[in-house]
Design a protein around this ligand. Structure first.
Ligand code: AMP
Ligand code: ZN
Length: 465
């Protein structure tokens, strides 16, 4: 039975769906004003892992990850670049999709654009106004009245009174309560705007997700996810909007299971654009071997538990690459039996499944894969290789050709043909007991970053350092 830690209850709960065997899942996606960084990638990869695992478990999953293509940061950056906001947003959205594909993420079933859902947002804002939960301020903005929503704070476990006592919030005379948040921003000169019954303007950020969830899935979802930081205020506000407008209740909530991925840190601090301590995913991928980069970063991101913070360093990434390489080297020596359907009664498969069922315990699942790898190295069993490939495959691993993966993109000065020629010459030298020559070739290859692995039968496998 699948269990998931629900942020709403702060408990690991049995996973229940609205409809049998069907999952409606939404995770907050990127604001496309720049390339995504490796912290964003952690959250996106987490939900790709959840998506893949639920699919592998036999659920029909509808997975939506939105694209925020209108926002202050996009407008600002486009202005700096001297280009229309939508041109920037489209370019960065495409780049994000390419980057995610390099990490072997499956394309979500839906990737809604905020600007394609403005009508849906206005509909919800109008409903909120009718219920007295939204008001038009003197400056032309429309705000959500948080005091009107009784359970405000239930996700982040904050009460408005504690919040007000604890934080010094700037007084904004347009708001009735400092924690009221903007639903619709009145148009400013030279900014994109859409017509509405509230006057020309553009949507606030939080209303986007409420509208996209509703138009894609109806009033209720099974899983809603995002990074840890989105609990407050973003997801709290989504609940206030969706449950407030649609008359949902604790018994029939907007979202059954709230999931949040922990931060990826750098130097013990959350990686973020605003702090400036970030690497774009592209930079990181481009530093690694082109053949190995995507799966290596994916491996680094998923071998830790999604609710534990992880630290990014170059050394940790290199360690992940070596560890992943171990699987490909083991798989390279055996022709794996092809496994279309996993036999879940197999003891390894059972333990792997039990780990994933326990709130997606990927570290425990990887421990099972490592055991299989060690046994495979001993037994060279084609069935075991097939099972290892199939189980890894449920999380997006081990699907490349092992020899090609291990070899990498051969970015050294030596071309592949030259490397193969030197390996053949070394084999001949060894046969002729010319060990000086064979050692010299090994050294030459080593200097070019090529590592040799001698296998039985005189076969030599090579890979990049
Ligand atoms: P943004 O484009 O800033 O709205 O972020 C997109 C997603 O990435 C959100 O779900 C964030 O919570 C998540 N995110 C941002 N920074 C990090 C980080 N350092 N570690 C993990 N997730 C992050
Ligand atoms: Zn969102």
């Amino acid at each position: 039975m699948q269990t998931i830690f629900n942020t709403l209850s702060r408990k690991i709960e049995p996973f229940k769906t609205l409809e049998p065997n069907k999952v409606k899942m939404y995770s907050c996606g990127a604001t496309v004003y720049d390339y995504i960084h490796i912290g964003n990638a952690r959250t996106f990869t987490t939900f790709d892992m959840v998506y893949r695992w639920l699919l592998a478990s036999g659920y029909a999953v509808e997975y939506a990850r939105n694209i925020t293509d209108i926002d202050d940061k996009i407008i600002e950056r486009a202005r700096e670049n001297g280009e229309p906001f939508n041109v920037l947003a489209e370019r960065m959205a495409t780049a994000m999709q390419i980057d995610c594909a390099r990490l072997k993420m499956l394309p979500p079933s839906k990737e809604p654009l905020a600007t394609a859902h403005i009508d849906g947002m206005l509909e919800i804002i109008a409903m909120l106004e009718q219920k007295g939960l939204a008001y038009r301020a003197a400056n032309g903005d429309v705000y959500y009245a948080v005091r009107g929503f009784e359970s405000y704070g239930k996700l982040s476990k904050k009460s408005l009174d504690d919040l007000q006592a604890g934080e010094r919030v700037a007084i904004d005379t347009n708001k009735r309560d400092p924690f009221d948040f903007v639903l619709w921003k009145a148009a400013k000169p030279n900014e994109p705007q859409w017509p509405s019954i509230f006057g020309g303007g553009r949507p606030g950020w939080h209303i986007e997700c409420s509208a996209m969830c509703r138009s894609l899935f109806g009033p209720q979802l099974d899983i809603h996810g995002g990074g840890w930081d989105l609990q407050f205020p973003h997801h709290e506000n989504e609940i206030a909007q969706s449950e407030g407008a649609l008359g949902l209740t604790a018994e029939q909530p907007f979202v059954g299971t709230w999931m949040h991925a922990a931060f990826l840190n750098m130097d013990a601090e959350k990686m973020s654009k605003s702090l400036g301590n970030f690497f774009t995913l592209r930079e990181v991928l481009n530093k690694l071997d082109a053949v190995q980069s995507g799966e290596t970063v994916r491996y680094f991101l998923l071998r830790g538990h999604y609710r534990s913070e992880i630290n990014y360093t170059w050394e940790i990434l290199e360690d992940a690459r070596q560890s992943l390489m171990g699987f490909y080297i083991a798989l390279n020596e055996v022709t794996a039996t092809s496994t279309d359907k996993i036999d879940w009664t197999n003891p390894y498969a059972q333990r792997f499944q039990a780990a994933m069922h326990a709130d997606f315990d990927t570290p425990a699942a990887f421990a099972v894969l490592h055991e299989m790898r060690r046994e495979l190295n001993r037994t060279k069993s084609p069935e075991l290789a097939g099972m290892l490939k199939a189980l890894g495959g449920t999380l997006g691993f081990f699907q490349d050709n092992p020899a090609e993966f291990a070899r990498g993109a051969a970015a050294s000065g030596l071309g592949e043909a030259e490397i193969d020629r030197l390996i053949a010459e070394r084999a001949a030298a060894k046969l002729a007991k010319d060990f000086a020559r064979s050692d010299a070739i090994r050294k030459e290859l080593d200097a070019a970053g090529v590592i040799l692995e001698d296998k039985s039968g005189g076969v030599t496998l090579w890979r990049k350092k």
